[in-house]
Design a protein around this ligand. Structure first.
Ligand SMILES: *Cc1c(COP(=O)(O)O)cnc(C)c1O
Length: 370
């Protein structure tokens, strides 16, 4: 049997990509906001239903510079520990202090009801994560941000192409970051973007991704190099042509998983809130060992023994990383801790076969009966 990995990058037909990059051999313009870059920004702006898109070399730099462009100075940022390393690192690398707030039991996003108790005079911003593509409590978060004068930068790395109540997911907060990493629903091999409304903010972002250069003789920002190159942009243009089809296929895979696992005692499935057009980015299951009869780790081992690779995602919590040792108290986010210790993300990609899903579910269900 072939191995089944947790994800598998979508790729356009090779001929389509070759056709797309041919013009680069004519222009010899390979990076620094070329034609492909411009075209992709315009296409994404339409597809994502947002006002402005700024492309980046990857999602992390988009998040880090997206935060830097907010000019927050020193202070605290309220965020979730139930996320990828990037979210927390982006805050710390900006010289800001993450203040961890707990998550919701059912969709694992930041619990808006617990944000206020984490606010101090030093709080500058909120960085929530649309984890697994689950939409955060955007209305509640906006209300709090307005009341306390806080900036909001969403980590929307998992939420490409989603809408909430008909609005593009990238329209919420002051800005949103998307990742176009090869493992994401939509990718440019490596890549990312920040979506925003405020043009002055956009100009700052634009300069920060190009060394802080204002013009030939003036460098007035401490920038980085985070530009997207033309080959990545070309991949993005091709992948965007197929994205709706990819999401439709993912939906079928998710429905198959749900049909097997939906009423199994001790297995909690991901809750998607109403009025969300989902992108079916991930399929996390949360295992309650006392009811199901096997732990998350037992299931993970049973799957890998059969050449099937799931992922403990997100485990461990970012607040417990070795690089942050002694800085945060994990007891302050008990829900995040509990979910993180019990969650397993199952293989999911557009071309995963129904037979594979059946097999995976069979192994999971049998491990609970042992
Ligand atoms: C993938 C991811 C990122 C980082 O994106 P890259 O493009 O890999 O740099 C940030 N946050 C979350 C939640 C992610 O899943």
């Amino acid at each position: 049997m072939d191995k089944i990995l947790v994800t598998r990058s979508s790729m356009p037909p090779m001929e389509e990509y070759i056709e797309e990059i041919k013009s680069l051999w004519e222009s010899h313009w390979l990076t620094n906001m070329g034609e492909k870059h411009k075209e992709l920004e315009e296409k994404l702006q339409q597809y994502l239903k947002v006002q402005h898109v700024s492309l980046f070399s990857n999602g992390h730099m988009a998040l880090e510079l997206g935060l830097q462009a907010m000019d927050l100075g020193e202070g605290e940022v309220i965020t979730t520990p139930f996320t990828f390393a990037s979210t927390t690192h982006a805050i710390v690398r900006n010289g800001l202090k993450p203040v961890f707030c707990d998550i919701r039991e059912d969709d694992y996003t930041l619990d808006a009801a617990k944000i206020k108790e984490r606010i101090t005079e030093r709080t500058k911003a909120i960085v929530p994560v649309h984890v697994y593509g689950n939409v955060c409590q955007v209305e509640e978060i906006e209300k709090i941000a307005r009341e306390y004068g806080l900036k909001v930068l969403y980590d929307a790395a998992h939420a490409f192409g989603e809408s909430y109540k008909g609005s593009g997911i990238g329209t919420f907060g002051d800005a949103s970051m998307f990742s176009f990493h090869a493992t994401k629903v939509y990718h440019t091999v490596e890549g990312g973007a920040v979506c925003y409304r405020d043009e002055a903010y956009g100009l700052k972002l634009f300069r920060l991704k190009n060394f802080g250069i204002r013009n030939e003789e003036t460098v007035d920002g401490v920038g980085a190099n985070a530009k997207m190159n033309e080959f990545s942009a070309a991949m993005g243009i091709c992948n965007l042509r197929h994205i709706d089809e990819e999401i439709a296929k993912r939906k079928k895979v998710v429905e198959r998983y749900r049909s097997h696992l939906k009423d199994v005692p001790g297995i909690q499935l991901n809750t998607v809130r109403g009025e969300v057009d989902s992108n079916y980015a991930y399929f996390p299951v949360v295992i309650d060992e006392t009811i199901f009869g096997a732990t998350r780790d037992t299931i993970s081992s049973a799957l890998s023994a059969e050449g099937i690779f799931s992922r403990k995602y997100f485990y461990p919590l970012t607040s417990t990383f070795a690089c942050y040792q002694g800085q945060f108290d994990v007891a302050e986010t008990p829900v995040a801790l509990r979910i993180s210790n019990r969650v397993l993300t199952l293989p999911l990609y557009a071309d995963l076969s129904m037979e594979a899903v059946d097999r995976i579910c069979g192994i999971i269900l049998r491990s609970g009966q042992k």
